[in-house]
Design a protein around this ligand. Structure first.
Ligand SMILES: [Zn+2]
Length: 275
């Protein structure tokens, strides 16, 4: 999300999402399947792998799927976050603190056991084209994710829509994009949304109970927002983005019968366990 302070503020009423893997009513955890074909995978419980979470802006993953990623770390997954936009010089709140924003975001991720990377694009200055696909595909080839998360394709922010298309291409066809054999797509891919103020026509099919990680998720997002506002994170005075995330997480939680949840849409149908 990133957008701007006012957006997050008035979106105190909207916001976004999360994810959770509890497909079809079960509460399956993060489980990479054993097949390279995402449509034919089978679950392999207890075998942590690697997760690649993709966003346009520095805060897309901390807002969209913080609970999911914290759960992944707890379960010993390697978690890598890639943000396409690393140049924030055309975004007024941090235009003179671009390096600081990146370093702060990276530090906050590292403190939570995750690696965060940035490409060097600026908002509205990238498109679904070969060079950018290749840069993302190189990360896919290097990280070799078992599971990947990317933004939903229908969104009112053009950055999010372009990012979704780029990530879909890079995740699904890394070998073709890079022109060499070897790079493989992740076994599972899930879309996450970016909140009701942005995301359009998103119907999740996979839910993750993030209640256990709720406080930590808010703290992670809150510290990101506090940096932009040049304030200290104060849990007693939540930023509009946090209020928005809380409403969404509660809504998703209500949908699947837990306190707080994040909801995803699977790229392919994936089998889950009922018995
Ligand atoms: Zn964003």
């Amino acid at each position: 999300m990133r957008e701007n302070l006012s957006r997050r503020n008035f979106l105190g009423k909207s916001a976004l999402t999360g994810a959770g893997l509890a497909a079809a009513g079960s509460t399956a955890g993060l489980q990479p399947d054993a097949s390279a074909n995402p449509a034919q995978g089978t679950e392999s419980p207890g075998r942590p792998g690697t997760i690649l979470a993709l966003g346009a802006h520095y805060d897309d993953c901390p807002f969209g799927i913080p609970g999911t990623l914290l759960e992944a770390v707890q379960k010993n997954y390697r978690v890598v976050i890639l943000n396409i936009i690393g140049d924030y010089s055309n975004w007024a709140p941090v235009s003179d603190r671009v390096e600081e924003l990146r370093n702060n975001s990276i530090r906050l991720a590292e403190e939570r056991g995750m690696e965060m990377r940035f490409l060097n694009y600026a908002s509205m200055k990238f498109a679904n084209e070969d060079q950018t696909q290749s840069e993302i595909a190189e990360v896919v080839a290097e990280v070799q994710p078992d599971i990947a998360f990317m933004l939903w394709r229908r969104d009112r922010h053009p950055d999010h829509e372009v990012a979704s298309l780029l990530c879909e291409a890079a995740l699904r066809q890394p070998a073709a994009i890079l022109g060499r054999s070897g790079p493989r797509p992740p076994r599972r891919i899930y879309y996450y949304d970016n909140g009701p103020g942005h995301t359009v026509e998103f119907t999740p099919d996979t839910y993750l109970d993030i209640s256990e990680h709720w406080t930590a998720a808010m703290e992670w997002l809150g510290e990101n927002m506090a940096f932009v506002r040049k304030q200290e994170y104060d849990p007693g005075n939540p930023d509009g983005a946090l209020l928005s995330k809380e409403k969404l997480a509660r809504y998703r939680g209500s949908a699947c019968g837990v306190g707080y949840a994040e909801a995803l849409l699977s790229y392919n149908p994936y089998p889950t366990r009922i018995l």
